[in-house]
Ligand binder design. Structure first.
Ligand SMILES: [Zn+2]
Length: 163
């Protein structure tokens, strides 16, 4: 776990406010106080979030809830802890658009493990016969075999119904 809590960064790119959060979202950083005046539209990079606890979760829900009342919010590179949260807690993603997520893949052939980035609107549109969204396989750069998602796709992607 990250000992220094959360590192935050915000910059203006044209009309867009680009925010990056890295580390742990918990009680050590006042995310609500820091974020309550960020101008919209917002793009929030969550690729570096390694951990979120229950105090962090209530901060995040409050922070996001305020942000979406000011304008569009896009969530990018969402790390596994954040995707898991989005899929368990409807309010954790409510009103925002998830642009891309990260997922842990592994190769049945050589055992390689890799974090794969998936674009929601391009990579997560194919449906399995049971109606659930299918997570695409990727070629393994190590052995040429198949990298596949290691978890339960329908559970991991439940946030697609929560947006
Ligand atoms: Zn392999």
């Amino acid at each position: 776990m990250n000992a220094s809590g959360l590192a935050v960064d915000a910059r203006q790119v044209g009309d867009l406010t680009e925010v990056a959060l890295r580390g742990a979202i918990d009680e050590r950083f006042d995310l609500i106080g820091w974020g309550h005046e960020l101008p919209s539209p917002l793009a929030i990079d969550l690729g570096g979030v390694e951990f979120i606890n229950s105090a962090g979760m209530s901060q995040w829900v409050h922070f996001l809830g305020e942000a979406v009342t000011r304008g569009p919010v896009r969530l990018r590179h969402c790390s596994e802890p954040m995707v898991t949260l989005f899929s368990m807690v409807t309010d954790a993603v409510g009103g925002a658009t998830v642009e891309s997520i990260q997922a842990h893949y592994d190769c049945a052939g050589c055992g390689r493990e890799q974090v794969v980035e998936l674009m929601v609107e391009q990579d997560l549109v194919e449906r399995a016969p049971d109606g659930n969204v299918k997570m695409p396989d990727r070629p393994c750069p190590e052995c040429g075999g198949v990298l596949g998602f290691a978890g339960h796709a329908d559970r991991y992607l439940a946030f697609l119904r929560n947006e």
